[in-house]
Design a binder for this molecule. Structure first.
Ligand code: NIG
Ligand code: FE
Length: 417
């Protein structure tokens, strides 16, 4: 018997939004999201082999055909900033914050990041993997097929390695793609209390080399913030990571403007994230250096802070991406669609802008725009079938989940019940 033309043919598709372009989108071009009615997507192996009008492949043979008439097909979402995996319960901190205590003050009292550090240190790899899997599968059930995932709750050699090995194991399970980041410079651990410089030295001399020796990370990240690491300490960590072959990215200007955005430009970071308090000069420097602005409206919402100035980043010509920041302290959600809705209704982004920001632009924030983030020939076959008539309808009802089917690498990995 002849080999079929495709392994899977998705079609006819009511509305295809491929989110494809040669470059990540910026400025005015973000306002247009081309769509195709009566479309089809053909898949061979783990790749997209065809994306275009259904009529041109209506008679093609396929191992499996998926009828998506009436539905909207988009690339699988890319979440370019998460703290998966973690475990432990910090609900009491939520109550403290709602009663007026600040996020950083809770951290200074041994709660916050150090609380999750204790839970992660106490857990073995299997338990942490189980907790990470729950989070990852929940992200999948909201359309996320790729996650950036950080360490940063180990804060010593064995436990940072443990977290990063779990991230690798999550990717090996084959339901989603993971891009790992070493965030050893997340907070000063108790062993170095009062000595952030000593801990930074330890990160540079011990943790980062151990991580790169096992090839466990693509990126190096740092929490550049008052009460965490200052500009000089952050620069040291990022430069050391770069020297070891890692790509820098950073938590910048989340709570106060420490000049993190400008540091991101200086070190040639792939992305600077949060940016609630970024200065106009910082924004201009990022645009000039081509640093992506990864905005995390879920964090602003959850911490009850003003949103990052998304329109300023767009006007400056930055590549804007959106992410959940999924973590147990400042943004406990895996739901990137909900975060996208916050970007629309809280930050004043248009649905078209938001959809570029969770697909192609989010892939660009991870340096993966050639491989991920669009439905286009040659890209990995990661796509979602949503039970809505158009992309706009993802935002018309809110707080709903109209996801029907997810394909990851050409395999069906999720089906709504
Ligand atoms: O991105 N700000 C630093 N890190 C996380 C929060 C981590 C935590 O609270 O556990 C963030 O907001
Ligand atoms: Fe974060």
């Amino acid at each position: 018997m002849n080999k079929p033309d495709f392994d899977i043919l998705v079609g006819p598709i009511g509305c295809l939004a491929a989110c494809h372009d040669e470059q990540p989108r910026t400025g005015e071009a973000l306002k247009e999201l081309p769509t195709l009615r009566n479309a089809a997507v053909g898949i061979r192996g783990d790749r997209i082999a065809y994306a275009g009008p259904y009529k041109d492949v209506a008679s093609a043979s396929a191992e499996e055909k998926i009828d998506a008439r009436g539905a909207t097909v988009l690339p699988g979402f890319v979440d370019p900033h998460t703290h998966v995996p973690f475990l432990g319960d910090r609900a009491s901190e939520l109550s403290m914050r709602l009663n007026g205590m600040s996020y950083m003050d809770i951290g200074k009292k041994g709660g916050g990041i150090l609380s999750t550090m204790r839970s992660v240190r106490d857990a073995n790899e299997k338990t942490l993997l189980r907790a990470g899997r729950v989070l990852a599968r929940s992200a999948l059930s909201h359309g996320t097929t790729t996650l950036e995932a950080k360490s940063g709750y180990g804060l010593n050699v064995p436990d940072e390695l443990k977290q990063l090995r779990v991230i690798k194991a999550l990717g090996d399970e084959g339901f989603q793609g993971f891009l790992p980041t070493c965030l050893a410079a997340h907070f000063v651990p108790p062993e170095f209390e009062g000595d952030p410089d000593g801990y930074v030295q330890f990160v540079c001399d011990e943790i980062l080399p151990a991580v790169t020796a096992e090839k466990l990370a693509k990126f190096v990240d740092v929490f550049c913030e008052e009460g965490a690491f200052d500009l000089e300490q952050s620069r040291r960590v990022l430069e050391k990571g770069k020297a070891l072959g890692l790509v820098p990215r950073l938590h910048a200007d989340e709570i106060v403007d420490t000049g993190g955005a400008a540091l991101a430009a200086e070190v040639g970071a792939a992305s600077a994230d949060h940016l609630l308090a970024a200065s106009d000069q910082g924004i201009a420097a990022m645009a000039e250096a081509g640093v992506c602005a990864t905005l995390l409206p879920g964090t602003a919402f959850y911490l009850r802070k003003p949103y990052a100035p998304a329109r300023k980043f767009i006007e400056a010509g930055c590549v804007v991406a959106l992410a959940t920041d999924c973590n147990p302290g400042s943004s406990y959600t895996t739901n990137l669609l909900e975060v996208a809705a916050l970007a629309v209704f809280g930050m004043g982004m248009l649905p078209e802008e938001v959809l570029w920001s969770v697909t192609l632009n989010a892939a660009a924030a991870l340096g993966e725009q050639q491989r991920l983030g669009s439905i286009a020939e040659g890209k990995r076959a990661d796509l979602c079938i949503w039970n809505v008539p158009s992309p706009l309808h993802l935002f018309y009802p809110y707080g709903e989940n109209p996801l029907q089917t997810v394909l990851f690498g050409g395999r069906k990995v999720y089906e709504a019940t």
